[in-house]
Design a protein around this ligand. Sequence first.
Ligand code: BDR
Ligand code: CA
Length: 309
Amino acid sequence: PVPIVLDCDPGHDDALALLLAHADPAVDLRAVTVVHGNQTVDKCLRNALAVCTLAGITDVPVARGADAPLTRPLRLAPDIHGETGLDGPELPEPVLDPAPGHAVDLLARTLRDSDEPVTVVATGALTNVALLLRAEPALRERMAGVVWMGGSTGRGNITPYAEANAANDPEAAQEVLDSGVPFTMVGLDTTHQALVTRDVVDRLEAMGTTVARTCAGLMTFFADTYREAFGMPDPPLHDPVAVARVLDPTLVPTVRAHLVVETEGRWTAGATVVDLDGYTGRAPNADVAQGLDRDRFLDRLLAAVASYR
Ligand code: BDR
Ligand code: CA
């Protein structure tokens, strides 16, 4: 299995990404690190620990990371994820303690202790990853790559041209790109193919386990806020798509392209500028997701959820 760390801000779709990453035999989830985003880092940390408690995940360290972007003000998403960051069904009181120290320390330890390079799957702003690369640039060599749910090859979801994880810390995203670490962007245009239609919720409910019932409740809340905020009939399950790319690259095909993150634009900060047509003549620096095999993705995700008893 591919060793991974999940850097996340749970978050409804982050919660499912975590369940997928722990259950699927193609990856070995070595650590979970938490970043500001959908809610404050403290609420997201609590949510990560609650999801682990729900699923009986006791062997994966979970650490608190950055509480704010590198330079910009903190922006949260209570309109999408609620006041707790994981509103909807009741979650258990976390029985686990966070790992000691900062998420950057846990990331560094995990990379250093691994006998093979580790893939960082990031499903929030890239603040923690940028801080790690600032603190210990040599650890770049210990990373197989960063696979990030963020950005878009087209329009945004927080401003007309910026996706939330990119807009929340564009400087961090650009720093990670500039480090030269192999970078995969799984953007909105692809994750919007991972729609949680009613039949998906029905399949979850039919499983009859507490974990599956909780997932169904999370998806129902997510559907309601997505309908309210975006007028979309079904919500997209963004973050598990980044995990899926590592489980089986054929689930999420990519193309090589030059990618920069807008850090100066007055109206476009956080826009991910993906040169799919080679206009700039700049050498490709990223693998950019271009589609999803939705049926196989959902089967894999639902099998992961069903494996929790
Ligand atoms: C991203 O923003 C967050 O709300 C989700 O968890 C996902 O990571 C989608 O833009
Ligand atoms: Ca997220």
